[in-house]
Ligand binder design. Structure first.
Ligand SMILES: [Zn+2]
Length: 306
């Protein structure tokens, strides 16, 4: 485990460091982590799409931890960045872990993520520090924003799973129960509930016609939660959001909301579908930002998804 002082020094150096202009990459330690600065209130992190397996970071010794790569999420995340820039002229912030998940899992606490390896620990600190920096910059310039932690799952039910830190069982409550307040408090879009442009309720933001899931359904994708599938059925697999969504979303405070986006394997695997997916996800993210955060802004105005 890294000493606390070292963690502090590395984190401080990431935050204090002058970041490059939007569009220009800033590569961290040994290029294990890439930070692509943006100029709009959207932050995308890609923790499990990396390929690198350097000798200085051996496979994590943990036995029961997940080590599979979320294949093609790195390509999809970069594709979204390019597509959004082409559509609007603006760049989202993108933070990439280039290490394979056998070496580092930055969607876990540092202890489990790096499993005692010093170099992996430094990469974890850079990854998290860059998201912190992006959040601080977005908050400073736009007051609020959206963080997307981009993943891919291998569940047999092929649909996009959107995580707001509510379990499958919690999502099975009806809308009235969902809007009582308790669930809002620990959701990763807690800030959006009190600030969204249309004054929509929490349940409407989660699975109403203007939710992220329903916007995806409108373009022909299956997604949960959404109007079509309000919750996973009992026993169905579902990822509700992990370390990054908890740390960088608004459940613990702040004005950056977080959503874990888990794409299914069919969508990611085929090249022809992937290109369309990149285009459609970009449109949906812009539409979500415009509908609930910034109804009249240069970075969302030019695109009409539905
Ligand atoms: Zn993942």
């Amino acid at each position: 485990m890294l000493p606390t002082l070292l963690i502090f020094l590395i984190t401080s150096s990431v935050i204090a460091r002058e970041l490059p202009e939007a569009g220009m990459p800033d590569e961290g330690t040994g290029s294990y982590i890439t930070f692509l600065p943006g100029n709009m209130p959207l932050i995308i992190s890609i923790p499990h799409g990396g390929y690198l397996m350097p000798d200085e970071i051996p496979e994590r010794p943990c036995v029961n931890c997940a080590k599979n790569q979320d294949i093609f999420t790195l390509e999809i995340g970069l594709g979204i960045r390019d597509a959004i820039h082409r559509m609007t002229g603006y760049y989202p912030y993108v933070i990439i872990n280039n290490l394979h998940r056998t070496r580092l899992d930055p969607n876990r606490s540092i202890e489990e993520a790096a499993d005692g390896n010093r170099n992996a620990g430094e990469a974890w600190l850079l990854f998290q520090g860059y998201i912190d920096s992006a959040s601080a910059l977005v908050t400073g310039e736009f007051e609020k924003g959206l963080f997307i932690d981009l993943h891919g799952h291998r569940h047999k039910i092929r649909r996009t799973e959107l995580g707001y830190l509510l379990s499958a069982e919690e999502l099975q409550f009806d809308d009235e129960m969902m809007d009582v307040g308790t669930f809002i408090e620990f959701s990763s879009i807690r800030n959006l509930v009190s600030t969204n442009s249309g004054a929509l309720s929490f349940s409407q933001l989660l699975r109403g016609p203007l939710s992220l899931g329903s916007m995806l359904c409108d373009l022909g994708y299956s997604a949960v939660p959404s109007s079509e599938i309000p919750s996973p059925a009992p026993g169905e697999p579902y990822f509700s959001g992990g370390y990054n969504t908890t740390r960088h979303g608004s459940s613990a405070g702040g004005t950056i909301d977080g959503i874990q986006v888990e794409l299914d394997l069919d969508l990611r695997g085929e090249l022809s579908r992937r290109d369309k997916l990149i285009e459609d996800l970009s449109k949906v993210l812009l539409d979500f930002l415009r509908t609930h955060y910034f109804p009249d802004s240069a970075f969302t105005r030019s695109v009409d998804a539905r």
